[in-house]
Design a protein around this ligand. Structure first.
Ligand SMILES: [Zn+2]
Length: 414
């Protein structure tokens, strides 16, 4: 009798299964289905397939999504939750004049905006001076104190001494930097300390604009980057490298990082080398365009040289076969506007289906979370969104989010 009573009580407190009935379904790989449904029980996908073949559990709640496409929650592999757009406050002002508590408060708003716009997983690529606050932000989301995407965090990020910012102070002044400085053997300790603090990934700046002029130049020698990768690897942690110059990209590639960010000077040979070594590429097209706009570029006027070369480099990446991972550098521009990167990927050569794959199945694989999310597949955790229309034909449909579910929990429903 007692077990029966307990199971009855358990049933009363167990949320009913949810059946999602969209018109179309993109599963996160390459296929679009029509007339398929998905059943979610608890935090998992327990059934997916044509409506006629799937048995819906008794007592399930059905969510009808007419005119909508269901897809895996979107992934952005390069964000900065601790940053706000630079036309609201310059990077220098944010890093050196905003109290960290203010930045964290803003980050909670950013996290929610991203989740509600359909992004259920973010790899946050450095707190830019806000220390280890991303670890606490992630913890607050996991404990459901605030609403936000799943986070993979990198904490402070690592730069070579003297190579980062804020800069241009009197040489006698030692100014706190927007990332953690380390060189040579000391890199080993810094990597270990960041991992101990909660870094899911290590981010290293393979190059920065240091030295005379404003051109990005290599910041670490190859052996230093190799030391970062080897130290992180022993802890089961992968490394992402910021690299804009050819030499920075080449060294990061040779050192064995898992993803390269920006890659503005990348050419066909470099991207082919990355493809050969199975390194993912986050183009951050929207960051480049945001910088150009902040520098005065207006819609309808010819793009500046930086944008022309960025687009050519992206074309080379597409031709090379390197895995392109959706990563926008959101924070430089407004949180909640992550679709902008997918729109640019499509505007400059990807098909909508390829771009969607870059933000779902391919991103999950590159970030090593494909056993959890990134596809609509039996057994995976239920991170699902529904948008009005068909983003496989018109990527802008991603802006009309009607339903957001993360880990089986509904955050938005029609
Ligand atoms: Zn960034």
């Amino acid at each position: 009798m007692l077990p029966l009573i307990f199971s009855t009580i358990a049933c009363l407190f167990h949320n009913p299964a949810i059946v999602l009935k969209p018109d179309h379904l993109f599963d996160g790989t390459a296929t679009l289905q029509s007339g398929w449904i998905v059943v979610v029980d608890g935090n998992r996908i327990v059934a997916v397939g044509p409506a006629s073949t799937v048995t819906t559990p008794p007592g399930a709640r059905t969510i009808h999504l007419p005119g909508c496409t269901l897809l895996p929650g979107l992934i952005d592999a390069h964000t900065h939750l601790m940053l706000q757009p630079y036309d609201m406050a310059t990077w220098d002002d944010q890093v050196s004049r905003q109290p960290m508590a203010e930045r964290v408060c803003r980050a909670t708003v950013h996290a929610r905006a991203n989740l509600m716009s359909g992004f259920t997983t973010l790899r946050d690529m450095g707190t830019e001076g806000a220390q280890f606050s991303d670890v606490g932000l992630k913890s607050a989301i996991l404990k459901r104190v605030i609403s936000g995407p799943r986070l993979l965090v990198t904490t402070r990020a690592i730069v070579a001494s003297g190579s980062y910012a804020p800069r241009s102070f009197a040489p006698e002044w030692r100014i706190p930097q927007g990332a953690e400085e380390a060189d040579g053997e000391h890199l080993r300790e810094v990597v270990r300390r960041q991992i101990r603090a909660g870094a899911d990934w290590i981010k290293v700046y393979a190059d920065t604009p240091h030295g005379p002029g404003e051109t990005p130049r290599p910041a670490f020698i190859l052996q230093e980057l190799e030391l970062v990768v080897a130290t992180a690897r022993d802890a089961g942690v992968l490394v992402a490298a910021h690299a804009q110059s050819k030499e920075g990209m080449r060294r990061a590639t040779m050192a064995g990082v898992a993803t390269i960010e920006h890659g503005d000077s990348g050419d066909l040979a470099l991207f082919r080398l990355m493809a050969e070594k199975k390194i993912g590429y986050c183009p951050t097209m929207s960051m480049s365009e945001a910088y150009a706009r902040y520098a005065g570029w207006k819609t309808g006027t010819p793009p500046p040289a930086d944008i022309i070369s960025k687009r050519a480099s992206f074309r080379a990446a597409l031709d090379s076969g390197v895995t392109i991972v959706n990563g926008s550098d959101m924070g430089v521009f407004a949180h909640g506007d992550g679709v902008r990167e997918l729109e640019l990927l499509v505007a400059h050569g990807m098909t909508p289906l390829q771009a969607l794959h870059a933000a779902t199945g391919a991103a999950a694989k590159a970030l090593r979370v494909d056993h959890l999310v990134g596809r609509i597949q039996l057994g995976l955790e239920a991170d699902l969104i529904a948008v009005e229309g068909n983003p496989c034909q018109e990527i802008g449909a991603l802006r009309k989010v009607r339903c957001v579910m993360k880990n089986g929990e509904l955050f938005k429903a029609p």
